[in-house]
Write a protein that binds this ligand. Structure first.
Ligand SMILES: Cc1cc2nc3c(=O)[nH]c(=O)nc-3n(C[C@H](O)[C@H](O)[C@H](O)COP(=O)(O)OP(=O)(O)OC[C@H]3O[C@@H](n4cnc5c(N)ncnc54)[C@H](O)[C@@H]3O)c2cc1C
Length: 400
């Protein structure tokens, strides 16, 4: 049987899903509204990849750890050009007491922790040229990737067709296939559809309940300098990346539901200020520049910081069911052959490849126990179920 799927959105979520499905025999058509792939959140010149843990959220930390381990291992094996990624360490500067508490929590969770992370000490600070009074964590396998190079590499497959300039306006189901219509009334048909369009996920009738907030972010960069710079990603309030393609990239700002597309001088100033504690000389150098390059994009964030990955309900079937019936996970009215991967917030390059691999396993009906746990965690219907006081079933849609 021919396996065909339409994927809406060619950022890291859509491109990585296309990659996993193409590798398992699917014919993928990737539909993108812009004139090229990776023009939204996934189009920055660098993405930092390190596990950003929380002090009091064990489930989030488990998800972070799984995603980070999967994604870094996978990127290493992809065969990207050497200059397009690097996992030789990342530093997260944190307040000392916070870093120590996090270290205690993580030590219980992570076996072989000395190979995974260390509390920052004098020798790490000296080695990586960070200001000497900083505290925080050093992640040995942290690093960065070139987002556009990664997305381009992923879709370079004979089973993947990319069609740009196609802004999908509606999704409808007829007897045995989905029909997608564009703004200019062009149609695409297929048995399967995946929606990977970040903060536009709620634009369709079937998914309008999937709320995200768009967080505007600006990154900046200047051309290489003669200064001695940290050779790895260093994150404080903002991040400073090592020299990549002759650029020192730093950022990023964070503003909710601000839709201004233009670079703002005030945001450039904020980004410069955010690296002051990382590298004072570089900060002074940036302050002295007449003009600084940059880019603006949006992150799609859910209220609970978990992405939406999985399926949604068939609204017609849902309307006919009683709450009592919905309490049983095996009776939930899933819409067939329509999938979601959106809402990756600030950590899309850690979360999205892992989540896309799990979603591809769902589509291929080949879920492992770990995949099921992940889909319980990222269930896109969690808010609707919780509203009906069905919190338990919301996190147990799969038996594990
Ligand atoms: C300033 C900034 C800095 C960041 N830094 C990092 C970082 O260091 N590390 C990290 O991991 N993450 C970072 N992120 C977050 C990361 O970039 C996102 O999580 C990730 O790019 C989301 O990928 P995506 O594929 O879900 O969305 P996107 O990359 O936004 O892709 C969605 C695509 O869908 C298309 N689309 C939307 N609607 C339609 C439609 N109706 N029809 C067709 N196409 C449509 C869009 O044009 C877009 O190309 C940063 C984000 C920003 C904004």
């Amino acid at each position: 049987m021919q396996k065909n799927i339409l994927i809406i959105g060619a950022g890291i979520a859509g491109c990585s899903l296309a990659h996993f499905l193409a590798n398992s025999g699917w014919n993928v058509t990737l539909l993108e509204s812009e004139d090229d792939i990776a023009q939204g959140g996934s189009g920055n010149p660098v993405a930092a990849i390190y596990p950003k843990f929380m002090l009091n959220d064990e489930a989030y930390n488990d998800f972070m750890l799984k995603s980070f381990r999967f994604t870094t291992g996978w990127i290493r094996r992809l065969g990207l050009n050497e200059g397009d990624y690097r996992f030789d360490g990342a530093i997260e500067i944190l307040e000392e007491a916070y870093a120590q508490k996090l270290e205690i929590n993580l030590s219980r969770k992570i076996t072989n922790k000395e190979n995974f992370f260390s509390l920052i000490n004098e020798s790490i600070l000296n080695k990586y040229l960070i200001e000497s009074n900083s505290s925080g964590l050093f992640f040995h396998q942290g690093g960065w990737v070139n987002p556009i190079a990664l997305c381009s590499h992923l879709i370079n497959h004979s089973n993947i067709k990319i069609v740009t300039h196609q802004k999908i306006k509606s999704i409808e189901k007829s007897t045995d296939q989905w029909t997608l219509k564009t703004e200019s009334q062009k149609t695409f048909n297929s048995s399967h559809v995946a929606i990977c369009n970040a903060s536009s996920v709620s634009q369709f009738d079937l998914t309008q309940h999937l709320h995200t907030d768009a967080f505007r972010g600006q990154v900046n960069w200047i051309n290489s300098t003669t200064l001695q710079m940290p050779p790895i990603v260093t994150c404080d309030e903002g991040y400073l990346a090592p020299l990549i393609q002759d650029k020192h990239i730093f950022g990023a700002t964070y503003a909710m539901n601000d839709f201004n597309k233009d670079l703002r001088k005030s945001d450039t100033k904020k980004n410069i200020a955010s690296i002051k504690k990382i590298h004072r000389e570089f900060y002074n150098h940036c302050e002295a520049q007449e003009s600084i390059h940059g880019r603006v994009a949006w992150r799609a964030s859910t209220k609970d910081r978990k992405p939406y990955v999985g399926r949604v309900f068939d609204n017609q079937l849902l309307g006919k069911m009683r709450v009592r019936e919905l309490a049983r996970a095996d009776q939930l009215p899933w819409l067939k052959d329509l999938y979601i991967a959106s809402g990756f917030g600030s950590r899309g390059f850690t979360f999205a490849p892992y989540c896309s691999s799990v979603l591809a396993n769902l589509i291929n009906d080949n879920l492992s126990q770990e995949d099921k746990k992940t889909l319980n965690y990222t269930n896109p219907e969690r808010y609707r179920l919780k509203k009906m006081s069905l919190k338990k079933v919301a996190s147990q849609i799969f038996k594990v």
